[in-house]
Design a protein around this ligand. Sequence first.
Ligand code: NZQ
Ligand code: ZN
Length: 388
Amino acid sequence: MLGNFSYHNPTRLYFGEESLGFLKDEMKKYGENILLVYGGGSIKKSGLYDEITAILKECGKNVAEVSGVMPNPTVDKLREGVKIARENKTDFILAVGGGSVCDYSKAVSVSVHCDDDPWEKYYIRFEEPDCEIVPVGCVLTMAGTGSEMNGGSVITNHEQHLKIGHVFGDDVMPRFSILNPRYTMTLPKYQMVAGIYDIMNHICEQYFSGEDDNTSDYISEGLMRGLIHASRIAVKDTQDYEARSNIMWTATWALNTLVSRGKSTDWMVHMLGQSVGAYTDATHGMTLAAVSLPYYRYIMPYGLKKFARFATEVWGISPDGKTDEQLAEAGLAAMENWMKELGLVMKISELGVTDDMIEGIADGTIILDGGYKVLDRDEVVKVLKASM
Ligand code: NZQ
Ligand code: ZN
């Protein structure tokens, strides 16, 4: 490892079937006024809403609610949440749901005591919070984003056709997250596999970069092997607790800042996918799946050694008799087969992208320079067209 870095993660995790039992102790640390944030109703159906409100009642909390946080939460919904949080003098935000609910809660947390418009301040000017931050805790119901142990918060602005993430610092990361794999079992299969690919791609975004011999890459390879193994079990039997549990834990480690230490990172699949999401409102993991192979095949020659290593170390392909190029191609072919096994969406046209959107999607794609090839705008268009 040749980089210089610091490493600290402030989020306390409670993992397993008993993990909700720790909510009561955590709640003692915070004020009386709780803002309970959740999505479109899955937690009411599963009974989790009743369990959590009972615990909050037992703790003597005043509970206000923001419900209906949609997948890919919007800036309008953010403004609504900020208003409710202000009216109720919120001391603590409890997010119960998937990455969208957790991301959204962080966005509210940095906006309650901020006079500026949050979209402009955090998502256009990328400023850091300079106001009081309302602490957030999370009860996770979907594995994928890693939002439970990171500072990421992605917000969509439909008017501007932009979907942008801000990675906030330690103060905004959840104070605690409760991870019970059992809660993820009610997820529709489409969401489960989208989450699995999101995890895989988070690791790839941090793996396909850098030239040095780096511990982070070895950790990433282990995480990817474990994920592929568990995903093959879960896709056959979504109720396999052990597999769902491994998937949930891998999601957290895939994006809690550990595997990016000491390296540059790519994140171009996410930049492309987010811009596709801004136009289509498609499920995050599916937007990534649909642009990944055209992107990786395009940049492969620039990071050939790493792609060859990906083939042998992640997919178990024998290097015998193969050039680096053949090996690298075989690795991506193995990933493609696995993606099809999971039933992922492999084309952006299937997510609602039409030819007339391509230029706009390219305009909304933020070009980053940490990967093996810095794309120019024409190349972004090329990759998008190849993803149709
Ligand atoms: O709204 P409800 O009714 O809860 O339904 C949700 C939603 O429709 C449903 N769901 C979640 N848990 C469930 C369940 N349904 C039944 N049973 C359960 N246990 O699943 C649907 C999708 O949920 P969502 O939270 O949108 O999914 P995900 O966790 O994939 O989050 C996606 C958002 O996170 C952002 C994405 O851009 C997107 O906006 N990301 C956040 C990141 C971060 N914080 O670091 C990084 C990621 O790359 C990603 O960009
Ligand atoms: Zn993602």
